[in-house]
Write a protein that binds this ligand. Sequence first.
Ligand code: PMP
Length: 412
Amino acid sequence: MPTTSARAAYEALVARGLKLDLTRGKPSPAQLELAAPLLAMDLSHDYRAADGTDVRNYGGDTGLPELRAIFGDLLHIPVEQLLALGNASLAVMHDTIVHALLHGVPGGNVPWRDDDVAFLCPSPGYDRHFSITEAFGIRMIPVPFDEDGRLPLDVIAEHLKDPAVRGMWCVPMFANPGGEVYDEETVRALVSLPAAAPDFRLFWDNAYSVHVLTDEFPPVIDVLGLAADAGNPDRVFVFASTSKITMAGSGVAFFGSSPTNVAWYRKHASVQTIGPDKVNQLRHARHLQDADGVRALMQRHRAIIQPKFAAVERILQERLGTPGSGGVARWTTPAGGYFVALTGPAGTATRAVDLARDAGIAITPAGAAFPYGEDPDDAVIRIAPTFPALDEVEAAVDGLCTCLLLAIEERA
Ligand code: PMP
């Protein structure tokens, strides 16, 4: 039975009639202002790329070399192996899977659709990754992170003995939603573990490589180089974008891989499009200038969003106690990325999210961060604090804590 105080606190929360939203990891209006020069840039007399290309015309399926150079530097990928493409990396991931399903990938014998195909899914993970694989009937195998945020390499090694396992979703830096960063030992293992399927691929979504919440930029591990050294040069498809660097949905996406895979991607993409939006790419190259320009910009993002993460941490600590010393929940304290993962006792997440909804606080549905929307423990709640204003983040997280505390008491 809930105590009167937990129930009374919840009733007081409902009475406030809040309307708050902590659901999606979107940049805030203040962050989008940092991209204002992109909107103001006048290219009417200056529409040529560094090599003289007129960006107003067709052509150049690889994307603008100067923009590829900036992101090649940041992502540790040789320019020739990095393509600058359309507006969304998720679309590139989707299309990569479609090409694999219809045509197969280098090193494979058959199109994936002719086979039983499974993907390893580190969990909790990014719901939209799981939506792609689910939509195409690809079997998803959850691989839980351990409590220290590390991938269980022994479990992964075991799964790779199954020839059905053709892919693995990876967000190697500041993962969504747990903030995990793969260390070098993990990356080395992932690129070198024996795999029964000759066409096994890591879908390496480096969406948050420079999205730091401190003044340090951790090194971006040279995953393509390590894969080549390990004798598996074609194992990795790298994806990235400027969605949370410039404008979400109006930025530039990237695909990086081995020369063989890049040629494979270009061949299939050439059926789909004559080329990417080079006008937007030129704006981006001029706005960002170089890798240091990107890092400087990301520090300005950090100045806007870090106080929101600090507020989340402070309120969770005040309301839910210190994890490990009598607290009722644990949560991540990410050094980058867009999310905090809050883990309550088993069987409380759905109820807490429902209570929050009824109190006017929208939270990502419980389970969304797991394949098929199924959190086996019903424990993880994703908090996305970047978009709302600071006072709204504070009110929403405080309200969420009230909901979780009631859910915990109801269960007891
Ligand atoms: N990957 C991850 C891990 C993300 O969290 C997001 C955005 N929430 C994306 C990709 C989407 O990127 P894009 O806008 O380039 O499609």
